[in-house]
Ligand binder design. Sequence first.
Ligand SMILES: NC(=O)c1ccc[n+]([C@@H]2O[C@H](COP(=O)([O-])OP(=O)(O)OC[C@H]3O[C@@H](n4cnc5c(N)ncnc54)[C@H](OP(=O)(O)O)[C@@H]3O)[C@@H](O)[C@H]2O)c1
Length: 258
Amino acid sequence: MSVPTTGPLDRFSLEGRVVLLTGASSGIGEHLARVLHSAGGRLVLAARRADRLEALAAELDGAIPVACDVSRDEDLERLVGTAQETHGHIDVLVNNAGTADPVPAEDEPSETFREVLAVNLTAAFVLTQLVGRQMLDRGSGVVVNVASVLGLVGSGQIPQAGYVASKGGLVNLTRELAAQWARRGVRVNALAPGWFRTEMTEVLFADEGGQRWIRRKTPMGRAGELHELDGALLFLASDASTYVTGQVVTVDGGWTAV
Ligand SMILES: NC(=O)c1ccc[n+]([C@@H]2O[C@H](COP(=O)([O-])OP(=O)(O)OC[C@H]3O[C@@H](n4cnc5c(N)ncnc54)[C@H](OP(=O)(O)O)[C@@H]3O)[C@@H](O)[C@H]2O)c1
């Protein structure tokens, strides 16, 4: 009897794939770095806090930390240059860096709005363009954009027009890049988390009222645990999703179902 050498689970492997991940210095990104590494990815880690990146890279064999501000085009060029000098190419790009600054819309300074868009949307476009060009040349590549449920529905009670606009833009940017590149071997999808406890959401989670609000509004009655993003991430980043592009995989305990 012949023993199959590959099975369905093998398609989730990232063995030997070069993965560039932004926002790796904390929260969801730090967690995703560990998951991508455990699946076999060779990581290039980006964020501004060099000390945090270096500590993480020291734990993840072969990972390279690149301190950079994703809102600066020259930093993104240096980031991609470093990845290419080290590995020759990039197989998977995960645009995870993000920022939020909740404030009622009537009081939100236009500068804040622009800054949030610069990090959450424009930087994702510029980096995807830089990496995408070489993926298109090779006829192969995968992009995963970390969007949010707040790219699919409004927020309201945690008022943040800039954030919601940026994530809505990222969702439709995902669809457009996917459509433009679908016949050229490059897939682009989005992962949309619901509520997870990180530095970004700490103020909300530190407050009992905030936690109650999440429990009450989430059909599953609780916030997410970081490990609950693993399956969706690996699905989108790997060959498990070779016929999937332009989609949003939402991991939100049902937040957007009601
Ligand atoms: N937590 C949630 O409930 C939730 C829900 C939906 C979506 N998300 C999304 O998940 C992603 C990660 O957020 P998080 O919750 O893990 O929050 P977090 O812990 O605050 O992480 C944000 C990450 O983005 C990086 N970053 C921010 N501005 C940057 C810049 N200008 N240049 C480079 N890196 C920058 C930060 O690193 P440095 O400060 O070191 O630069 C950090 O690594 C974000 O896109 C967020 O919108 C989070």
